[in-house]
Design a protein around this ligand. Structure first.
Ligand code: ADP
Length: 480
């Protein structure tokens, strides 16, 4: 199976290990099969960057290991070998660090650059693996034909370290393991050739153990590689899911917007006509017709409110609501809002009292949207008050903020209802016996509007005793 990547030459496949790479693409689940060049470039970029990030995060750990090995060999075996090899390790580390920094600045778009990075990373890996291997081979030769506890352990640590941390780039891991594996076998095999010991001797046992450990390391690498590949597949699946959800959400949002706009125009004329009929502008209606027309008029108003709410919600969620920020006198705004719900309050036999609105208090905000919020909270306070009740609106300054509190002494909100109060299409009492109408969107929209102003909205309530909603906004400052 061949994958064609924009302008990717064969050297790229060679370096990366074409077979391993295809295995990543054609994973166990087959989920990535047939993906395009852009996807492959993303995977490649992610692998190179994961590799480099992993390497950088272990930088000091590696330095400690090199230093520790140098000290041990320097003290117990040969200082000259220890220092030369330490120097070579530092050179390999320097190259690696240099390439890693370039990789982190890379925007991941250029295939040629990816190839170059792969080449450089492979080269620095060859250098450092060869240095470590040379190091242990020289040390083992110093020791003569004995069981090479220290050198083989060094090699084992280095190989395990590679298996755990180099699996992001299978090509690099493969090169490292081949170099370490060769040194691993060379050390005990050389002893066997020189000493020609009996089959039951320690040297043969050392050789057999080395083969076993080698198998273990290769198996570890395979497992880490598999985990990493599965991770890549899962990340990609999540990305696809997210893209799908985003597309679906956009379509749904557009649908709501188009339908709402289309409904609003005819509804406006229906509402107007019903209004004229109800108010008797077209002549007095028979009593039965008057009743039905009033119900129809009321319901057309509710429908219009719902459509307005839906449009607002859609705009807020799409980040398309435009706020015309100005210096707004909150005292004036509160009085206007109270006046606009006066008629509703009278119908419900509720009285509104304003407090603290004699002095202007300035905030920065969108006059129309802030009015919408306060009217909504006020309308709720009236709606959920008892007949003949009172609603208090209090305006004050607290901690360099303006605070509007709207208190009713009505039915109150149960303790566990916060989610529902500020949720979408949610009402605390959603039963069929509910007396009050509403869309269940008002407070959700209000919260989004207030948060877009950098303010906050919350409430305290006691069931059966009443509720106070607080809206807090930053005061206007001359720097605004
Ligand atoms: P609605 O259009 O239903 O009023 P809101 O989002 O404005 O939608 O309010 C959500 C729910 O929160 C209301 O249906 C009601 O159950 C509850 N609620 C809001 N304000 C009050 C209040 N002052 N007293 C009691 N319940 C309230």
């Amino acid at each position: 199976m061949a994958y064609h990547i924009r302008g990717v030459s064969s050297s790229y496949h060679d370096l990366f290990g074409a077979q391993q790479y295809q295995k990543i693409l054609v994973s166990d689940t087959g989920a990535l099969e047939g993906r395009g060049g852009e996807f492959i470039m993303n995977v490649l970029e992610q692998q190179i960057k994961d590799y480099v990030r992993g390497g950088l995060s272990l930088f000091w750990q590696r330095q400690l290991m090199f230093l520790g090995a140098t000290v041990i060999v320097g003290i117990f075996l040969d200082l000259k070998i220890a220092l030369i090899c330490y120097f070579l390790c530092l050179v390999a580390e320097f190259i690696d660090l240099h390439v890693s920094k370039q990789v982190l600045r890379w925007d991941g778009q250029d295939v040629q650059q990816a190839e170059r990075f792969l080449r450089l990373l492979t080269l620095s890996s060859i250098l450092s693996a060869s240095t470590v291997s040379l190091y242990v081979v020289l040390v083992s030769r110093q020791e003569g034909q004995i069981v090479h506890f220290a050198p083989l352990f060094f090699l084992f640590s280095a190989a395990l370290f590679a298996a755990m941390n180099n699996h992001q780039l299978p090509g690099v891991l493969f090169v490292r393991l081949v170099i370490y594996g060769s040194a691993f076998i060379y050390i005990p095999a050389r002893d066997l050739v020189i000493a020609r010991p009996a089959i039951g001797s320690d040297l043969w046992m050392q050789f057999a153990t080395v083969l076993f450990v080698l198998y273990f390391i290769v198996d570890c690498s395979r497992i880490f590689l598999k985990f990493y590949r599965n991770g890549l597949v899962q990340i990609d699946n999540l990305r696809s899911e997210r893209d799908r959800a985003e597309t679906a959400y956009k379509m749904q949002s557009q649908f709501v917007s188009v339908v709402s706009h289309e409904l609003r125009t005819p509804l406006t004329s229906i509402k107007g006509a019903l209004g004229l009929l109800v108010n008797g502008a077209l002549g007095k209606l028979p009593e039965k017709a008057q009743n039905i027309t009033e119900i129809a008029h009321k319901n057309s108003n509710r429908l219009a409110l719902l459509i307005d709410d839906l449009l607002d919600l859609q705009k807020l969620e799409a980040g398309k609501m435009v706020f015309r920020m100005d210096r707004v006198d909150l005292a004036e705004l509160v009085k206007e809002a109270a006046a606009s719900v006066e008629c509703m309050a009278r119908t419900m036999n509720v009285t509104i009292h304003c407090h603290g609105t004699d002095q202007p208090i300035f905030v920065k905000g969108d006059h129309h949207r802030l009015t919408q919020v306060i009217v909504n909270v006020l309308a709720n306070a009236i709606k959920f008050s008892n007949k003949g009740g009172v609603v208090d609106i209090r305006l004050e300054m607290t901690n360099s903020k303006a605070r509007v509190s709207i208190t009713d002494y009505g039915i109150g909100i149960p303790d566990d209802a916060r989610e529902r109060v500020f949720g979408k299409f949610m009402q605390v009492d959603s039963s069929d016996q509910r007396k009050t109408g509403g869309t269940g969107l008002g407070l959700n929209i209000s919260r989004q509007i207030i948060e877009a102003h950098g303010g906050s909205i919350d409430y305290v309530s006691k069931l059966g005793e009443g509720t106070t909603f607080f809206i807090e906004l930053d005061l206007y400052s001359d720097n605004d």
